[in-house]
Design a protein around this ligand. Structure first.
Ligand code: FAD
Length: 379
């Protein structure tokens, strides 16, 4: 049976980036369960792939800071933009922060298709398990068994199973004795305890907030949804939320004490939020919507909490709605400069399957591409 030099499991963002940077003289194959490559990349960012962010640092990630820092030192967001530009793809900045493709994610996918044209692809092929015999990896799939000298696991996380996602990467890592953290949904909306159901009544409304969670502050829009709360601020906050309280400043750009000073206006009309939202927040804070001047001491105290509304979410919307999976192969099992498992020669893990997860805003593709480049470069 033929023995490949390198087999990559997963033709997603990291697998394709890695394949694109491996030496052309190597005999390489990619295996993917989907009938097409890059299915997640294709639909990402509303079909325009938010590929990276103007400011990328280890602070934007949940995971081991050391591996994130060394990976971005080796392949930064500028390196990524330069790589794309060398193929005529120049993403544009939106909202002063996010790099999106101008027309569609296909701009990036087409680069990968071109750069991996010479590589054997086994599509519609589901990886079931991997064993290592006499220094050769044997990959059992639902169609065949393939052999390789080096194996790169780029099978991503468990979110959006309808796009081929699975936790096979973690099963493979575990079968080789590597430590893993089980996947949990992240970049996902949060459900509410009954005391906070007032937020559900506001379904469809959104506002700019600061959400504080531990030492993190997420500054973005929050969306009130039928099932709970969502929107960019909440999605990023979900990355850091385990259980317990979070804190919302509904008026981060104003000061409520200044807004109500020396005015006879009704409270809800001086709060610079949609009226329905202002009224609902006042109710939740147990403050009567009366003339500002008539507020008693207790109401004034309660009102200050509009800058720090504390509550504990109930849970999250689950893997079917989560953009990414937190957890993965523990980074202390990997060489930070190659992504090779420290104890299993020639076995590599890259992309989302590694225990590094980014905030919303292009950080996860940046990680997928940077880790893939570092791995390919080392091979
Ligand atoms: C709806 C959505 C929108 C997103 N938008 C953005 C965005 O705009 N910006 C951003 O930075 N991130 C975004 N993300 C996250 C981003 O897509 C992922 O973090 C990124 O794709 C991870 O790359 P990866 O190569 O590790 O995994 P993936 O790109 O998920 O690739 C893994 C591949 O492995 C294959 N695979 C899995 N199991 C098996 C198996 N058993 N056998 C064979 N093949 C298998 C899968 O089919 C898949 O093709 C989004 C995610 C979703 C779900």
């Amino acid at each position: 049976m033929k023995i490949y030099d390198v087999i990559i499991l997963g033709a997603g963002a990291s697998g394709l980036m890695c394949a694109s940077h491996l030496d052309n003289n190597l005999d390489i194959a990619i295996i993917d369960a989907n009938e097409k490559v890059a299915k997640k990349l294709k639909i990402s960012g509303g079909g325009k792939c938010n590929v990276t962010n103007v400011a990328v640092s280890a602070d934007n990630y949940d995971g081991d800071m050391d591996i994130v820092t060394s990976t971005f030192d080796a392949f930064s967001k500028d390196d990524l933009l330069q790589f794309l530009s060398s193929y005529g793809v120049n993403p544009e900045v939106r909202k002063d922060r996010y790099y999106f493709c101008k027309k569609s994610s296909d701009e990036i996918i087409d680069i990968f298709k071109e750069k991996t044209r010479h590589i054997q692809k086994y599509l519609n092929t589901k990886v079931l398990k991997v064993i290592k015999k006499d220094n050769i990896f044997e990959i059992k799939t639902d169609k065949n068994t393939l052999k390789t000298k080096k194996l790169i696991v780029a099978t991503g996380g468990k979110s959006f199973t309808n796009l081929g996602a699975s936790d096979i990467g973690l099963s493979i890592a575990k079968s080789f004795g590597l430590k893993v953290k089980d996947f949990t949904p992240a970049l996902v909306g949060l459900t509410l305890q009954s005391s906070e159901f007032w937020m559900k009544e506001l379904s469809g409304l959104s506002c700019y907030v600061h959400i504080k969670i531990g030492y993190k502050t997420l500054k973005e829009e929050m969306l009130f949804a039928h099932k709970g709360i969502s929107g960019p601020a909440v999605l990023s906050a979900s990355l850091y939320w385990r259980k317990g309280d979070m804190n919302i400043d509904f008026l981060p750009n104003d000061n409520i004490e200044k807004l109500i000073k020396n005015t006879k206006k009704k409270l809800s009309s001086v709060i610079p939020l949609p009226k329905r939202l202002a009224v609902a927040i006042l109710e939740a804070l147990e403050v009567k919507d009366i003339e500002c001047k008539k507020l008693d001491k207790k109401s004034l105290e309660n009102l200050k909490n509009i800058h720090s509304y504390r509550f504990a979410p109930a849970g999250n919307f689950g893997f079917t709605k989560a953009e990414v999976s937190r957890g993965g192969v523990c980074s202390d099992e990997l060489n930070h400069y190659t992504f090779e498992a420290l104890d299993i020669e020639n076995l590599y893990f890259i992309g989302e399957v590694v225990d590094v997860t980014g905030e919303l805003g292009g950080y996860n593709f940046q990680w997928a591409f940077s880790s893939a480049f570092v791995c390919a470069n080392s091979i």
